[in-house]
Design a protein around this ligand. Structure first.
Ligand code: 5RP
Length: 232
């Protein structure tokens, strides 16, 4: 009789796997940039095991800061650090060139700030996040609330449908005190130009396309194991 086939790993198990795999990219003796989200939470939990080997972290959200501190990892203000060797974060989508959509956890602005001060962006994701063209996931855009109606019309002119993200029936308020638009119906064929263009619209704080701050490495968790993709 043949042995029973082992069950495919759950998405949660894949996130744990890739969160642990990211430890290899943490530069010992330095401060690490830490993103936000359920995959990063697995990374933070794994980071606790080597907390005595790093100086601490710069965090991209209140939620990650609280989780890091609860595990005894020191969190530094991003202004206290010139440059980080590596930033580790998840993504909602990643294409074949390391361009991403991020912001499903509403932390996109701080994520882009910490990514911009890091020499290397290591994206950790499960295989469901890998796409050919960005745009299947609703694009998050952090905005100044008074600009919402006009920005919704500007996205409509591009063929998108924008909605203010809500939490318990009220507009969600980000860590920066602003709102989020989620835009569906876009196909982002030129992420660099799209990011530059939308970031110029008055009232946009940050668009959730990460093309100028793209990933250099993606650790992609698949049922067959973690695949390492390079985009340098
Ligand atoms: C938060 C983000 C996250 O990285 C993104 O939403 C992926 O999250 P998860 O790991 O929970 O799927 O951009 O703003």
């Amino acid at each position: 009789m043949s042995a029973p086939a082992s069950a495919a790993p759950t998405q949660d198990e894949l996130k744990t796997l890739v969160g642990r795999a990211a430890l290899e990219y943490v530069v010992r003796g330095e401060i690490v940039g830490v993103g936000t989200g359920s995959t990063v939470n697995k990374f933070i939990d794994a980071l606790a095991a080597i907390k005595d080997e790093i100086k601490g972290a710069v965090s991209s959200s209140v939620a990650s800061t609280e989780r890091l501190r609860a595990l005894g990892i020191e969190v530094f203000d991003s202004n206290a650090v010139d440059e980080l060797a590596v930033y580790i974060d998840g993504a909602d989508e990643i294409d074949g060139r390391g361009h991403m959509i991020k912001g499903g956890g509403a932390a996109l602005t701080r994520e882009k700030i910490v990514a911009a001060q890091s020499r290397r962006f290591v994206c950790i994701a499960d295989a469901s996040k890998r796409v050919e063209v960005l745009g299947a996931f609703p694009l998050p855009v952090e905005i100044i609330p008074m600009a919402a109606r006009r920005l919704m019309r500007q996205f409509a002119a591009l063929g998108g449908v924008a909605q203010v993200r809500e939490n318990d029936g009220l507009p969600l308020v980000t860590d920066n005190g602003q709102h989020i638009l989620d835009v569906t119906g876009l196909k982002i064929a030129d992420p660099l130009a799209f990011e530059s263009g939308v970031n110029q619209w008055p009232g946009v704080v940050t668009v959730g396309v990460f093309a100028h701050q793209k990933a250099q490495v993606c650790l992609l968790a698949t049922p067959e194991g973690v695949k390492t993709l390079h985009y340098d």
